[in-house]
Design a protein around this ligand. Structure first.
Ligand code: GLC
Length: 440
């Protein structure tokens, strides 16, 4: 039976079956072999998916991620709970010193957003121990937000910086091209890529990207993973609007939880963080481009490559009328002529490659966040069309890692956990049928 022959109910079952199949004992791998460990933001999205039908399992996903949290508060991008030889770079390359092997960099802090939703689902389901579990995870999230501000915004710009493209979650986005070109291709680690053994190399980052990615890992490992030494040594440092927006939004969700789980000081601390991030984001609006732009902290220049990150501030900021009209018109323009949107790089950009990872393809979790931000900003119709388009793409092509916007073809790894979670969540949010829906 293909996805097309299934009823909605069957497809929901198929999505749950993917989460069950990728379960490795309370945590979910993104997909077998290509990504065989626990990834930070993947798990947060997956927890929101689990919260729809199993709040206990949703908590477990977050609790297992927190097992990897460092003493300084950072939640790493990968937790290597169990060995696997199908991924590079493994724990021996990172050389970190946590109790459980982890990578040494982080990923977008969707965690706080997930925690609020998991908590609300658990309370609704009457799950025993919901208060205790939320309370412990709230403290973990708070420590991680403090780490973000301390380690990644030491100059109080109100913007947090990434020191490695992998931290952004959009590994080879054109947003990094100019800054990454300054990073040497020399490495002390021998590169043994495994990804191109699982997926067509034409869809993956290039070898030269990998050399630079590993050069950065070598550099930070040589700093003993000390945040201050890394900040000083970093040859790649971008104050990223996508990361900052997600952190700001997660902070708002923690502020909500803090009404029950926080002290008076923690509530004040969170609202100070929130204000600082919103102010920082607001300064990155460029009316002539109809979007927000990141800041290259090494060159001091705006990152003007158009990518999905430019719209991510919608998840945190309330736009004024002029901004809202400009952003929605721009998002509509990015959809023109495509089978499915939103492309991570628009087709009018010279960097557009419809099949190569973060250089054009559509990712369900990106659409999840952008639609959420549009809805928050009163653009309900466009939000719904993006959700319906995503649901339709998954129903036609399966629970793939990402989709070619020009054909709708499913690409990358298959049986992907966060695509399954996105399907369950977006189908409910989109309301009416997504099947056959056109791009907005
Ligand atoms: C890739 C993606 C990243 C994701 C990971 C696991 O590295 O770029 O966003 O978290 O795969 O799915």
């Amino acid at each position: 039976m293909t996805m097309n022959d299934m009823t909605r109910f069957d497809r929901d079952e198929a999505a749950r079956a993917i989460l069950a199949r990728n379960d490795r004992g309370g945590y979910t791998v993104p997909t077998d072999r290509l990504y065989p460990f626990q990834w930070n933001w993947d798990s947060a999205f997956v927890a929101i998916g689990f919260a729809l039908f199993d709040a206990d399992r949703a908590y477990r996903e977050l609790e297992r991620l927190v097992e990897g949290q460092w003493d300084d508060g950072m939640i790493p991008h990968i937790v290597f709970h169990a060995p696997s030889d199908t991924y590079f770079p493994g724990p021996e390359v990172w050389g970190t010193r946590h109790r459980i092997p982890t990578s040494g960099i982080t990923q977008p802090p969707v965690f706080g957003m997930a925690l609020r939703q998991v908590h609300e689902a658990a309370v609704k389901a009457g799950l025993p121990q919901a208060q205790e579990r939320t309370s412990a995870l709230f403290q973990a999230a708070l420590r991680s937000h403090r780490w973000w501000l301390r380690a990644r915004d030491p100059d109080s710009l109100g913007l947090v910086a990434i020191l490695h493209p992998w931290e952004s979650g959009s590994d080879n986005s054109p947003a990094w091209d100019v800054a990454l070109a300054r990073v040497p291709t020399t490495t002390t680690t021998t590169i043994r890529r495994k990804d191109t053994g699982h997926v067509d190399a034409a869809m993956r980052p290039r070898d030269e990207d990998y050399q630079r990615f590993i050069h950065l890992v070598d550099t930070y490992r040589d700093c003993g993973w000390d945040p201050q030494r890394q900040w000083a040594a970093a040859p790649f440092k971008i104050a990223d609007v996508q990361m900052t927006a997600i952190l700001a939004r997660a902070t708002a969700d923690l502020m909500h939880l803090a009404e029950t789980f926080g002290s008076a000081e923690e509530r004040t601390e969170l609202s100070d963080i929130h204000r600082r991030l919103l102010d920082g984001l607001a300064r990155r609006w460029r009316p002539e481009l109809s979007r927000f732009v990141s800041l290259d902290l090494i060159s001091g220049e705006d990152v003007d490559a158009p990518t999905q990150a430019c719209f991510m501030p919608l998840v945190a900021l309330r736009l004024d009328d002029v901004q809202r009209k400009a952003v929605t018109a721009e998002i509509e323009r990015w959809h023109q002529g495509l089978i499915v949107g939103l492309p991570t790089t628009p087709s009018f950009s010279p960097a557009f490659e419809p099949k190569r990872y973060w250089r054009g393809p559509v990712w369900a979790v990106v659409n999840w966040l952008i639609a959420d931000g549009l809805r928050l900003n009163g653009a309900e119709d466009l939000a719904r069309r993006i959700e319906q388009g995503t649901v339709g793409a998954i129903e036609r092509a399966g629970f793939c890692e990402y989709f070619d916007p020009t054909t709708g073809e499913g690409l990358g790894g298959d049986a992907f956990s966060w695509t399954a979670a996105a399907y369950m969540v977006l189908r409910r949010r989109a309301g009416s049928s997504g099947a056959g829906a056109e791009a907005p």
